[in-house]
Write a protein that binds this ligand. Structure first.
Ligand code: SAH
Length: 233
């Protein structure tokens, strides 16, 4: 029994150890993302503080600090670091802001937002991912509030939000999410077909007026749900 506990503790400490090597690789990744055009120093600093290898299965640890999306189980992916930085930069998060993320996935993007000082609420619709990520974030001592359900419906009980970030590709902008934005609030969401989406930033100027800005193309896993893509049977 004692030996068994020791084994569990050893495997947990391996998973959560952030060595100098990891830190060095992470700094190189931050430089790479900077060269690709991310200029917000607060975003780069947050990226430099979150150990991405904590969010990946052991077999991918060596690749954690390459600028690539990676499988996280249940057919889903952790976004490419450049994409995380791009969305975070567009979101313009300030200290203490209430931020809603749709698509918790591994929890990595949520941690980057928390590192920026945000109070993060995140929704995931895959039950297994929701459970493992919630445990991971608790284990890491994070305060992020993770919810299970269809994120296209937002979190009415906690609305309105200063910022909303959608980390899955949407066919169109879910109206329910727009309604949960504060006046003056922003939403960053990839919108398009299943093969490619344009990053959009929506500003809620007044109760009935929105401003739309369009940025580069990306490729995300689909946003499924009532105001997303219909699930294929
Ligand atoms: N932000 C994540 C990456 C997410 S991948 C990270 O940092 O790792 C997109 C995630 O969105 C997947 O986990 C997928 O299950 C989830 N998703 C898709 N549609 C959703 C919906 N309607 N509500 C909540 N989550 C959704």
């Amino acid at each position: 029994m004692g030996y068994f506990c020791l084994l569990i503790l050893r495997s947990m400490s391996t998973v959560l150890s952030d060595s100098f090597r990891h830190q060095g690789l992470r700094q190189q990744l931050v430089e790479e993302v900077k060269k690709k055009g991310i200029g917000d120093l607060r975003v780069l600093a947050a990226l430099g503080r979150v150990p991405r290898h904590f969010f990946l299965d052991n077999v991918f640890t060596e690749l954690a600090y390459t600028d690539q999306a990676m499988p996280i189980g249940a057919g889903q992916t952790i976004s490419q670091p450049y994409t995380v930085a791009f969305q975070t930069e567009l979101l313009g998060v300030e200290e203490r802001m209430k931020v809603l993320e749709i698509g918790t996935g591994s929890g990595y993007q949520a941690c980057v937002l928390e590192e920026m000082g945000a109070r993060v609420f995140s929704v995931e619709r895959q039950r297994l991912l929701y459970q493992t990520t919630r445990e991971r974030l608790l284990h890491m001592g994070r305060k992020i509030k993770v919810f299970f359900g269809d994120g296209t419906l937002g979190l009415p009980a906690f609305a309105p939000f200063d910022r909303i970030i959608v980390t899955a590709g949407a066919p169109l902008v879910p109206q329910t999410l727009v309604n949960q934005l504060k006046i003056g609030g922003l939403m960053v969401i990839p919108v398009g077909d299943e093969s490619s989406q344009k990053m959009m930033r929506i500003t809620r100027i007044s109760a009935s007026e929105l401003a739309h800005e369009t940025f580069e193309n990306f490729r995300f896993v689909p946003l499924l749900g009532q105001e997303g893509w219909r699930e294929k049977c």
